[in-house]
Design a protein around this ligand. Sequence first.
Ligand code: NAP
Ligand code: 8YV
Length: 313
Amino acid sequence: MPDLLLIGGATDAMLARMEKRFTIHRLAETDLATQGEAITHVATNGHDGVPAAVMDALPNLKMVSCYGVGYDAIDTDACLARGILVSHTPDVLNAEVATTAVMLMLALYRNLLMDDAYVRAGTWESDGNAPLSRSPDGRKVGILGLGRIGLAIAEKLRAFDADISYHTRSRKDEPYRYYGDLEEMARDVDVLICITPGGASTRHLVNRAVIDALGPEGTLINVSRGSVVDETALVAALQEGRLGWAGLDVFEDEPRVPEALFDMSNVILLPHVGSATHETRAAMGALVVDNLLDHLDSGRVRTPVPECAALNA
Ligand code: NAP
Ligand code: 8YV
């Protein structure tokens, strides 16, 4: 059986299918110096990727299957140069991540966490009704990145009568207002939702100028990658009252989160759980294995990353 290197975890369902077709080596238990040559496939995830030292130790690597749609932790240029196919898990998580973005927006507008704390602390009984919150209905929402997930967010926000705009590098054939300039869009909206890929090309797209344009009445939601937002500028803006609210699922140096955010009641912090439900993770895991098995059977994969489309033809 071919040899597969497993970086990070895998569910029992994934392991059961993979074990039928591969000899599995777990990274922490594998001496790559002696076993690296045999390995032809890697299963990894969007956080761990494939470290350069691991790539170098696998001279016969043919395919990398990533658990996650974001693959910024994988050096696709290095893979392409060696003819290594990379697959990821697009689409199966669109609805879940969109729900996470909408959930953060609703929770911030309706003071969900503060109201829950109000009841638990007994304040309702001692002080009476909680302060009023703000309605999330009919808000102007700007989506940074109108791809698979961005479109799912826009669709879900229809239920809240949102006025949707978006910023991407190229205009899309979609019924939403396009802004070629992110700062201009930030100035015009109540809520800015980030859902681009990570990596060098989107690093700190949301900088101090964009945050200031969103302003003290504005809400920033980030479900993309921590690198998309200048976190130092974000923390400073929240501390100085230049930004109103923030809902963050991702951070620049996960799992480390700036402690300055911990005491802020206008901020909701999630541990990168945008897609983390049993149902969606099962679908992602199944696609990771489908890609591996397809590659064994045909030399092609079901969902290549765009950079590898030609290699998969
Ligand atoms: P996608 O379909 O490839 O969409 C990406 C969108 O971003 C496109 O509309 C693209 O349009 C835009 N974009 C790319 N670079 C840009 C730039 N420099 N400036 C402005 N817009 C840019 O990707 P997806 O499937 O929606 O996933 C998006 C990302 O979400 C993933 O890569 C991942 O990082 C993140 N994600 C996070 C979680 C989580 O758990 N929080 C879960 C899943 C995914 P143009 O090419 O026209 O610019
Ligand atoms: C996962 C994600 O948390 O798909 C992505 O890009 O960020 C999430 O779905 C992650 O990739 C799992 O490793």
